[in-house]
Structures are given as C-alpha cells and as structure tokens.
Write a protein that binds this ligand. Sequence first.
Ligand code: NAP
Length: 387
Amino acid sequence: MKAVAVTRVHTRRPDAIAAVPAASPPARVALLGTGTVGTAVIERLAQWAGTPLGGGVSLVHVANSRRAASATLGMAPREAFRVMQNQPRASRLDQVPIVLHGDGAQVVVDATASATVAERHAEWLAQGIHVVTACKLGQGTGLAQWRRIRAGCLRGNTTYGDSATVGAGLPLLRSIRDLRAGGDRIHAIAGVLSGSLAWLFNHYDGLRPFSDFVREARDAGYTEPDPREDLSGEDVRRKILILARSAGVELESNEVDVESLVPATLASLARDDVDAALPLLDTPLRERFAAARKDGCKLRFIARLENIRDGKGDARVGLEALPEDHPLAGGAGTDNKVAIWSDRYRVQPLVIQGPGAGAEVTAAGLLDDVLRIVRRRRACRSGFNTR
Ligand SMILES: NC(=O)c1ccc[n+]([C@@H]2O[C@H](COP(=O)([O-])OP(=O)(O)OC[C@H]3O[C@@H](n4cnc5c(N)ncnc54)[C@H](OP(=O)(O)O)[C@@H]3O)[C@@H](O)[C@H]2O)c1
C-alpha cells in the first residue's frame, strides 16, 4: 500500500494531493481578514472548486474585525464571504479553535495587519493549529514573541507558514532555510524588500516632486493608506528581522539600524494632515537624487545583514546610492530583489527577484503554505515523508 502511494506521488507531482490516499480529510481553514489580501484568498479558493487543490481545503470560518461566518462542514468561498457580511454577530478570536476542531489539519490563515491576531499565533500553534500568515507582526517584532512562535511549533508539532511575510511569497525564506538545512552558513543578505519603496525609487526622476510620486503610489495601493508607514522603514525593519532570524541571527528589533525618510515634522502630524505636508519630503530627496546621479548612481532603499558570526550580525535599513550596474540597482515596478551570500554562494550571491507586493501573489503564497501543510500531513499518514 505504501509503495503504491510513493510511486504515484513521484510520477504525478502536480496532482500529489489527489494521488495520496483519499481517506485523508481536507484541511480545515479559518481565514482571518477580508481586505485586499483576504479577498484574493477567497477568489483563489473559489477558482479551485472541483479541482484536486480545492479538495484539499475546507473553509470553515471567515472573519474580519467586525463579523464572522462559520460552518462545521465547510463553505463555498464566495458564499462564505457573502454570509459573513450579513451576520449580525461580532467576530471573536476565541471562536477560532472551536470552529477548527474536527478531522484534518487545522489551519489559521492570517490576512490581517492586526497585532491582536499576531499575539495569538504562538498559542494556536501550541494547541496543534497550524498558522499561515501574511502579517509580519508575529515574527517580525520582539524576539520574545518570535521565540514563543518557535516554541509553539515544537509543542504543537505544527507549522508556521510565513512565505507571504517577506517578498509576498517569493521563495526567500524557503531558500535561506534550505541552504541552512544543507549545511550552508549564511554570510550576508542584502536587498530591496519593500514593493512600495521599490516602485517609488524605480520611478522618481528628480524632475517632478517626490511627494507627487508618493501620492501616485498611495492611490495605486502600493503604499499603506498612511505612506509614512512605508517611508519610515519600519516595514523593512520587520522584514530584515524575519530574514535574519531565519538565517540563524536572532536580532532584537532595536538592533536594526533604520534610516527613516520621514522628516521629524512630518512624523509628528496627525494622519489627516499628512497629505498636505508630503512636500516636506521633496527637498531632501531631490538633493540626494542629484548627488547620486552626479556619481553615476541610483537611489535604492536597501536592507542589509552583514558580519554574521556566532549568531550575531549587523543589520541596517536605509537609502543607498548604488552604481547603475550594481546587482540590486535593477528591477522594475514593485519588484523585490534579494542577494544571499553563503558558503556555496561565496562570491556570486544567489539572487531572487520578482513582484514583492500585490494581493494575488500574496494570496498565492499563503495558499501554497496551506497546501504544503496538507501535503506533509497526508504524506506522513501514508508513510511517505516529503516537504
Ligand atoms: N497588500 C499587499 O500587497 C500585501 C503584500 C504582502 C503582505 N501583506 C500583508 O497582508 C496583511 C493584510 O494586508 P491587506 O492589504 O489585505 O490589509 P487590509 O486590506 O487592511 O485588510 C485587513 C483585514 O484584516 C481584518 N482584521 C483586522 N483585525 C482583525 C481581527 N482581529 N480579526 C479578524 N480580522 C481582522 C480587517 O477587518 P475590517 O475590514 O473589519 O477592518 C480587514 O478585513 C497585512 O499584514 C499586510 O502587511 C499585504
């Protein structure tokens, strides 16, 4: 019986879910967050209806911060969203383990930007609930919380799916972990980790005011509604922390040196006053752009992790003037681009590049992580261990 399962999984890889024993129940999934990313998750799940992929996942709970809909036997994704919107009752995180209870892997998909939800990750993992997240507030903040998440995985024998937290599903974290699993030590990491800042510096030409580009990026949905969140470098701080910790460098948040692009006056304003004050960005950035161009360089917002030794390293985030032919100076649109140096990539780094923001790629990254959990569980049950 086991030998048959092994052969079929190997020879029909894309249909691996269908090829493992049908007795395995689908994963029970609770989706938290129905904003830009959550809606794209619902759409992707809806497109899987009637396919082997869809057969691996049962959506039993959908919630935003106000409402929730649950069904023990699972719901059609678009219908679940519609039902949720018409629910009179409030959404409560305490409900989540209760509605997930049943046969099959239990998975929370966190498509929120909520610290309250992120604080539950470790507890759910320890209870045997897998967590798949686009939110960086779980493992991109304090080291203590990151350690609680690791401990939760060990205690509950569960997986923390974090592919969508950095690079919106690009194989960054996976590559770092695979290198380390193969005995490599990571020497350094450097890259463009923010889709919105990548877009801004790919487009800024020093002619039109920088604030015009910020408004354009915000209106296109590339930045957060308050663009100071991107321009402050805080989002990139969280991403380099997540990459560093996956590389075995357990940095505390304040050990990353972050250069904010937001002048103090702009930083102190109430949110409603930000738009009118965006021109405060213009002069400093025009000067930096002109100085870079004089040296034949391009401005890029770069995160770096260097001097790695004994589990420690130097991390910094900020604007750099890079020669035009520098490996990190290229790219287009909202592309992320990350270079990884390790024992085997000592001189020429491994470079991973691609769209690092956007609802569709992020939703795909989240659901890839869910499917990995489904595959691993089913393979374990059939006696064939795979990743
Ligand atoms: N957008 C992207 O391209 C992208 C790329 C990579 C990663 N991410 C990350 O993905 C996450 C979601 O981003 P987004 O753009 O989809 O944000 P969004 O449009 O603001 O949606 C956030 C959703 O989370 C819900 N929420 C907040 N607190 C909640 C709670 N306690 N329980 C259940 N739901 C709750 C909100 O509910 P209400 O509707 O009731 O407010 C909303 O539906 C963020 O962490 C973001 O950093 C986004």
